[in-house]
Design a protein around this ligand. Structure first.
Ligand SMILES: Cc1cc2nc3c(=O)[nH]c(=O)nc-3n(C[C@H](O)[C@H](O)[C@H](O)COP(=O)(O)OP(=O)(O)OC[C@H]3O[C@@H](n4cnc5c(N)ncnc54)[C@H](O)[C@@H]3O)c2cc1C
Length: 803
């Protein structure tokens, strides 16, 4: 065994072997994989190996497509058989909602060129003659669907990695991982020790145990999962071609051909956790006791679709464990609490996702950042709030409801509430419908009565449509009050604060009493964050950004910390926020501040600590994402309630009403203000996102400056459209067409309360950006006319915010 390597990957399942392969493929051959038993000794050996590519979000689709394509590459380039069957796939639709859901996925996947199209029921029967289509209303055909042999595919990555110089040590359990002062790691195994620059935890079912060796907890819980394989079926034997992968999402079931029989797997109606308190260290190539009765409901539904199953003999039943995160998505990337420690855990569909995760992690380790935005699967999306109980509840809920569709803006009650703002009861009493973000409750909108305080689930216009428009009108015409705590709030102070922030942020820092908007760039010039920075004192700044990104932001910032004379504090949980906006906002703040807060004394982008009524030391920022005159106020959470009551009381005569986050997100559409995770993410450069005006290369050196100056020409251009969506709605990810070809995609959409039109913010390929051209947005399978806007729709001069 070697005594050192650049990277040690712990775990030889599909994910670990793929990470090893991609590191070696990218030129890092001094890399090692350590496996406690034989390769595939966790979930990987007993998987069904089914593959599909039409999925959401787009990052997941990109990963699935990459993974799908790599198997034939491995077979050709390295002559390693993967048992790859390229059969295509059928998504069964039993309802209009499922048709809509598939239409949305199809449209979203156009961005990546993933081919899918709806087929008639007769065509579905041609492609899969054993289907009884009586219960179907339609079907989506996905070109890239199929299956692999799980053990062969895993071994293929391992063999290819070895050919590229990587080493694999089997029967070598890792029993300790300790970090040295320089950030490198000592990996202690039963067969000797290794010193490594980086560790990758790819320990699958033992991800929690391996994480604990480094002193961290991962939010993961294993569950049992069944599939069965039938005896030979005459209906298949006589076919003469292989059946496609059949996905019946509404019943949580999937099927494919196995030999001359069928493999049928299901997300059972009852989730059975396994080894919640820890995966046994001696578990290996075993299966769990089968309990096929759990699959009864799924099986009955499968018989509706494939009647030949009713009489089929069952050759094999598999009940195996797999391990999930709270939202069932993988936990990928550098652990935010550790240096040089990467996670590749909780991978639900390793044969669809393992290759892509390997690619992303290899890029992250070697280049310092991945080439696509992977935040939807970033390990940093969960904080301490995702504890054992939360993880148990959510994994149970999402497993059992796997057959439920995911609707736009859908919130899940499971595991909530966790953190409530001080004004929570006031909001609830006003019929708030809450959402949750990074464990924090916030009001999405306000209903007219307790009975109406829920979200209806639809791909068309939901029950909250008009209420949110009315809240927007209140902000435009009178005065809105919004609970505003769900922000990442960092305080940076000390004699070194200014020069440090100047290094990590791309814009010039504001002078005292002022604020500035600033992107944060990665070394490659892509967006790593987007903040408002307020300079409260000469040496004290408050940096505000998207709340759910706080651990990811801190992970990035920690790369440049500690720094001399810099104190960095995360106040995200302990500071509360309130926001007032609208034409009457200035009258209210002036009354409470005891001063005429006119443009001379408190202009747009001011940031000052002041007394509001009898409440001291409130940090007031003059800014609003709605595009109206607005003031954000921050103070310790325990004083939020007093400020809220004061604002409500004093604002009553000024038309003040409570408004929620959805209204904020719709009003900003009229201003073409981009939002993090929608228009802004690591997928874009500052220039592509129309943020170049906030980047100041002439201020001196800062992270990402060289890349910004040398950036290649932008591929896509940020755009605003008004769309003739009728009684439908635009939610995001819809394809934009020009001359019959997809040329862009919507990043977010909604209804402008002032202009009373459907608005889409979007990216369009630069060569297809043609003002006046006849665009169309694909909404639920229909092409709807869309007009590219050359001017911001509401108050283009910005006078409402500024005066
Ligand atoms: C019944 C069933 C059907 C499935 N069907 C599909 C499907 O159709 N398509 C699909 O994409 N996915 C499917 N999956 C999911 C798939 O199996 C998993 O996503 C995948 O196997 C996870 O791989 P992994 O590499 O993360 O983990 P694992 O396969 O669990 O591998 C982890 C490895 O780490 C090793 N290890 C652990 N601790 C240590 C240590 N301390 N030292 C050294 N080594 C260690 C283990 O021995 C093991 O070999 C299915 C799962 C089940 C249970």
């Amino acid at each position: 065994m070697k005594s050192s390597a650049r990277v040690v990957v712990i775990g030889g399942g599909i994910v670990g072997c793929s990470v090893l392969y991609h590191l070696a493929r990218n030129g890092w051959s001094d890399v090692v994989l350590i496996e406690r038993m034989e390769l595939t000794s966790g979930s990987s050996w007993h998987a069904a190996g089914g593959l599909f590519t039409v999925t959401r979000p787009n990052t997941a689709a990109e990963i699935h497509r990459y993974s799908f394509q790599i198997y034939s590459e491995l077979e050709k380039e390295f002559e390693q058989p993967c048992g790859f069957h390229f059969t295509g796939g059928i998504n069964i639709c039993r309802s209009q909602d499922e048709l809509d859901s598939n239409a949305m996925m199809q449209s979203a996947c156009r961005r990546l060129g993933i081919e899918s199209h709806f087929i008639s029921l007769a065509e579905a029967r041609e492609k899969a003659p054993l289907l009884d289509t009586t219960h179907m209303v339609g079907a989506l055909w996905e070109e890239e669907g199929g299956h692999v042999d799980p053990a062969s595919a895993t071994q293929a990555f391992a063999a290819a990695a070895r050919k590229l110089g990587a080493e694999i040590y089997r029967h070598t359990p890792v029993i300790a991982t300790t970090q040295r002062a320089d950030g490198s790691w000592d990996v202690v195994t039963e067969n000797g020790n290794l010193h490594a620059e980086f560790i990758v935890n790819a320990a699958g079912l033992w991800g929690r145990e391996v994480a604990a060796l480094a002193g961290v907890e991962l939010p993961l819980a294993p569950v049992e999962h069944h599939y069965l394989v039938t005896d030979t079926l005459p209906e298949i034997e006589g076919l003469g071609f292989e059946l496609p992968q059949i996905n019946d999402n509404e019943t949580g079931a999937y099927a494919r051909q196995e030999g001359m029989g069928l493999l049928l797997g299901a997300y059972e109606k009852t989730c059975t956790h396994w080894a919640l308190d820890g995966t046994p260290l001696d578990f290996g190539h075993e299966l769990l006791d089968e309990d096929l009765a759990r699959m009864d409901w799924n099986f009955e539904k499968a018989v509706e679709l494939m009647p030949c199953l009713a009489e089929a003999g069952i050759k094999r039943i598999i009940n195996g464990p797999m391990i999930f995160s709270p939202d069932l998505g993988p936990l990928v990337g550098p652990h935010p609490a550790l240096r040089n420690y990467f996670c590749a855990n909780g991978v639900m569909a390793g044969f669809n996702q393992g290759a892509g995760i390997g690619r992303v992690l290899a890029e992250w380790i070697i280049q310092g950042e991945p080439e696509i935005d992977i935040f939807c699967w970033d390990v940093a999306r969960f904080g301490d709030w995702a504890d054992k109980s939360y993880t148990e509840q959510t994994t149970r809920y999402f497993y059992e409801n796997r057959s439920e569709k995911i609707f736009p803006y859908q919130e899940y009650d499971v595991g909530r509430p966790i953190h409530k703002p001080a004004v929570y009861e006031r909001l609830r009493d006003a019929n708030a419908v809450f959402g949750s973000s990074f464990g924090h409750e916030h009001a999405n909108w306000f209903a007219s009565s307790p009975d109406a305080a829920y979200d209806s689930l639809t791909y068309r216009q939901p029950n909250w449509w008009q209420a949110v428009i009315d809240e927007g009108k209140r902000c435009r015409n009178e005065l809105g009050l919004m609970e505003f705590s769900a922000m990442a709030k960092f305080e940076v102070s000390g004699p070194g604060a200014e020069s440090w922030l100047d290094q990590v942020m791309a814009n010039r820092l504001p002078r005292q009493g002022r604020m500035a908007l600033s992107p944060m760039l990665s070394a490659s010039g892509r967006l790593a964050g987007d903040f408002s920075i307020s300079r409260i004192d000469a040496e004290r700044f408050l940096v505000l950004g998207a709340d759910y990104m706080q651990l990811a932001f801190m992970r990035h910032l920690n790369r440049f910390l500690p720094a001399p004379g810099v104190e960095f504090k995360n106040h995200s949980a302990d500071y509360g926020g309130l926001h007032i906006c609208g034409p009457n906002a200035r009258a209210l703040i002036s009354r409470l501040a005891g001063d005429d807060m006119d443009n001379a004394s408190f202009p747009f982008m001011s940031a000052v600590e002041m007394s509001i009524g009898d409440i001291d030391q409130v940090l007031v920022l003059r800014v609003s994402f709605t595009g109206e005159t607005g003031y954000e106020m921050y103070l310790p959470m325990e004083r939020q309630l007093a400020l809220f009551d004061l604002l409500r009381r004093e604002g009553a005569g000024l038309g003040l009403g409570l408004v929620g986050t959805r209204c904020l997100m719709q009003t900003r559409l009229e201003k073409s203000f981009p939002a993090w995770a929608l228009e802004l993410s690591a997928d874009y450069t500052a220039a592509e996102a129309d943020m170049a005006r906030f980047v100041k290369p002439d201020k001196g050196d800062f992270i990402g400056r060289d890349a910004f100056l040398n950036a290649p020409a932008a591929r896509e251009k940020f755009a605003t459209f008004v769309v003739d969506a009728g009684d439908c709605a635009i939610w995001g990810d819809e394809a934009i067409f020009l001359d019959g070809e997809p040329v862009g995609y919507v990043t977010s959409g909604g209804f402008g309360p002032h202009c009373e039109q459907h608005i889409a913010l979007a990216y369009v390929n630069c060569d297809a950006y043609r003002p006046g051209a006849q665009y169309a947005v694909e909404i639920l399978g229909q092409l709807r006319p869309a007009e590219l806007q050359s001017e911001v729709l509401y108050d283009p001069s910005g006078s409402r915010m500024r005066t």
